[in-house]
Write a protein that binds this ligand. Structure first.
Ligand SMILES: Nc1ncnc2c1ncn2[C@@H]1O[C@H](COP(=O)(O)OP(=O)(O)OP(=O)(O)O)[C@@H](O)[C@H]1O
Length: 439
């Protein structure tokens, strides 16, 4: 066996014929060659391998493949197989249940190069620590689309300063994850990150939850309580669903933002605090201001810098990347991946519940799906009329939405650039954004 390169997602070729193996080895770097599949299990560097190209014949033992997949569920298998073997039920079973793709003899090297390139790309999505981000690591913003990359850049820039941040975005898009990332990358990382859901606090307790109280401040206040703001001193207070904060508490929060001091309920002793406020909302605060439910002065204090988290449906291929990561994180090694109809359905679904919905659907499908590959129906996307774009109208709709989402990502949300790039008027652009719920 050759020495193993240490880079991520290497390729292993399992082929008895040296000449064929050598030709394949010339096609890419970081390729290792073995002549017998049994060698794979004992190899010390096998965890670094993302793709296994295997000459599939009747000698190939299912138990061996099964045992390799058990140990390394993220490994993708690609078969080299003769055309007549495709008629064999055992070979068909193996291909269907264990392989990501196959190529038939005689080898067409340009096609094989393309297939391996694609396979390695997919494998890299599965390999832990790819680009420093492990799909199984909780609390990591995953995604490679331009809009997620832009978000990451903004977070890094904002991490250094202490300004309040307002995070907007639909429910389940990852607003809390953004707030945590902001904290983790900031000089406040060693100090607390305290999260409060303003919509979940009982109205009568909000003030004492946020500002704390002294013993005897009200009936039932049997001892002094430190509030969330005080607990977050030198760190970050994340106020989720800020639009749900009652008006009286909005005044108190505004006072804290202006004066940087609080008073516990039942005390007039000001306490000086250094807390970075990061707020999030999935509702439009401008509308709430118009309706008198949100104070404009507080809005301006919170909205010093705004981070907009894009909806999942605008992130294109990130949907598949996240789905694969959630599948790996589910540790259901029995399931090898997604069937093509599921991949298509994921791209066409509107994802009203965003990343949370995707995670839930994948987790549930990983446990419940009867086969080796998750199908659209396992994700409960099978019944959706748009799950399989097999008529021209649906294919056009999908292409239109993908083009819009891509342009929005590339232009970082600047609609005039999007219209220019797509060579459409702004009126048409807004009509299309509305149609595809991308506004
Ligand atoms: N880009 C991402 N990569 C990995 N996981 C993500 C990503 N975005 C969101 N998640 C996961 O999706 C789930 C929902 O995210 P989060 O709670 O941050 O959303 P939210 O916008 O704050 O939701 P809500 O508005 O309902 O409070 C979490 O489990 C989070 O870890």
């Amino acid at each position: 066996m050759n020495s193993m390169a240490t880079d991520t997602a290497d390729l292993c070729v399992c082929h008895r014929d040296m000449a064929t193996a050598n030709k394949i080895k010339d096609m890419a770097s970081n390729i290792v060659h073995i002549t017998d599949l049994k060698e794979f299990i004992g190899h010390p560097g096998r965890n670094k391998i993302g793709l296994l190209l295997l000459n599939l014949d009747l000698d190939t033992k299912e138990e061996l493949i099964e045992s390799i997949k058990q140990r390394q569920p993220q490994l993708l298998l690609v078969a080299l197989v003769s055309k007549d073997m495709l008629e064999n039920p055992e070979i068909r079973f193996l291909l269907k249940n264990y392989f990501h793709d196959f190529h038939t003899y005689p080898l067409d090297y340009p096609r094989l190069r393309h297939l391996l390139g694609h396979g390695l790309g997919m494998a890299r999505l599965h390999v832990p620590n790819h680009a420093g981000r492990s799909p199984s690591t909780a609390n990591t913003i995953m995604g490679e689309s331009a809009c997620v990359e832009h978000l990451r850049q903004q977070i890094l820039r904002l991490s250094e300063c202490h300004l309040p941040v307002l995070i907007t975005g639909e429910s389940g898009t990852g607003k809390e994850l953004v707030a945590q990332t902001l904290h983790r990358n900031s000089p406040r990382a060693a100090r607390p990150f305290i999260a409060v859901n303003c919509g979940a606090l009982p109205r009568q307790l909000i003030q004492s939850e946020l500002f704390g109280h002294e013993k005897g401040a009200f009936t039932g206040a049997t001892h002094r309580k430190i509030g969330k703001l005080e607990a977050a001193d030198k760190g970050v207070l994340f106020l989720d669903e800020i639009g749900d904060l009652p008006l009286e508490e909005q005044v108190n929060l505004l006072r804290f933002l202006q004066e940087k001091t609080i008073e516990r309920v039942g005390s007039h002793q000001p306490i000086c605090l250094d807390v970075r406020i990061v707020a999030a909302t999935h509702v439009n605060l401008e509308d709430a201001i118009k309706e008198g439910r949100f104070r404009e002065d507080l809005y301006f204090r919170l909205n010093v810098v705004r981070l907009k988290v894009p909806p999942l449906r605008a992130r294109g291929r990130d949907i598949q990347l996240l789905a694969h990561a959630f599948l790996i994180a589910s540790r259901q090694s029995r399931v090898l991946g997604f069937a093509p109809d599921a991949e298509r359905a994921m791209l066409t679904h509107g994802w009203p519940g965003n990343v949370r919905e995707l995670m839930n659907r994948v987790q549930s499908a990983a446990v419940m799906c009867p086969g080796r590959y998750i199908r659209a129906a396992d994700l409960e996307l099978g019944q959706s009329s748009s799950a399989s774009p097999d008529c021209l109208r649906e294919i056009k709709e999908l292409a239109e939405r993908e083009a819009l989402a891509k342009a929005i990502c590339q232009s970082q949300g600047k609609m005039s650039y999007v219209a220019e790039q797509l060579k459409i008027s702004r009126a048409t652009l807004y009509r299309l954004l509305d149609k595809h719920s991308l506004l």
